[in-house]
Design a protein around this ligand. Sequence first.
Ligand code: C5P
Length: 403
Amino acid sequence: MTSPSMDLAGKHILLGLSGGIACYKSAELVRQLIQAGATVQVVMTAAAEAFITPVTLQALSNRPVYTSQWDAREANNMPHINLSREASAVLVAPASADFMARLAQGRADDLLSLLCLARPIERCPLLLAPAMNREMWAHPATQRNAAQLRADGATLLGPDAGDQACGEVGDGRMLEPEALVEELIAFFQPKRLAGKRVLITAGPTFEAIDPVRGISNRSSGKMGFALARAAREAGAEVTLVAGPVALATPRGVTRIDVQSAQQMHDAALPAAPMNDVFIATAAVADWRPAEALEHKIKKDGSGRPPAIEMVENPDILAAVSRLPKPPFCVGFAAESQNVSENARAKLQRKGVPLIVGNLGPATFGRDDNTLLLVDALGQREIPTGGKLALARELVREIAERLT
Ligand code: C5P
């Protein structure tokens, strides 16, 4: 979505592998964690070694792998203490049904379970990525263990649903490495919007002329999608109403796909009163053809182009801000010049507390942007950066205004 980030810079991840075929994904996970800036210390159970060798994981993590609680390389012979004191977090991926059962019971009969038990709970969080056959995951014993582990403070990432190595289909797949990295990055973000609900519109709209033609614009939706991800990372429950774009839905975000401005309006308006924040990043078409023709318009040989009558679309942002109890409304102003003046004029016209100005042609489709925040008190520029970094900064500004 955005350019490669170093969102895990400075984080030391203790990656535990327990036994399961998903161990093959853990090799790629190590690479992606390192690409995101983390250092990775791998610890494996004996069962994990049946699926993938420590040689592979040592080569990828550039650190010797630990497999035994009796590892004499440690001067004090206490790898379970030393390893857990260094880690920013313990991530067990894959977490097998058996490993979860042992953790839930507080057992400590191998290095990985031992260090999970020995870690300082308040400063070394435990994240688990379950991976197992769907019947094993659905079994009441596993569900009971999962609930117990959550109650004990662990965070469960997944499992995913889909094809399983055993040939069955259902819940129990380990999340893909990319998804685990996204979840880990989100985990470390401050929870400034915890308990809040955020509604976002994003992307262009498409206004049909006939079954094959229409009017749209060059918005890529990247800024709105980055905001949806940043708001979710900050702990919010996020609904994203998206025009026609080819972007992956950020993890944990509810997405409603629409085409036209009217559809975007009809999706956003009823949802708005249930939300604390509404961010209108969509580049909504101001006008649409008065009627979308049933059949393709043909050239009639006269040389004259068809006259297409246009009507105005509803203004979604203005309609939401006029609700009896509106959410905190944030509008975007994509301008081609005079960003500051135009954004301030929009603040009045739309009746919203915050407008974010940017230069449309300079940012459409790109991964970076510059934002100018304009409100009743003044203005502040968020300097050029990646859209996700800008989105996190904007989320911080919004969260401050909510309190
Ligand atoms: O009216 P204008 O397009 O200049 O304002 C831009 C802001 O208003 C953006 O936040 C955009 O998402 C929102 N908007 C809207 N519905 C429209 C037109 C714009 O929500 N019909």
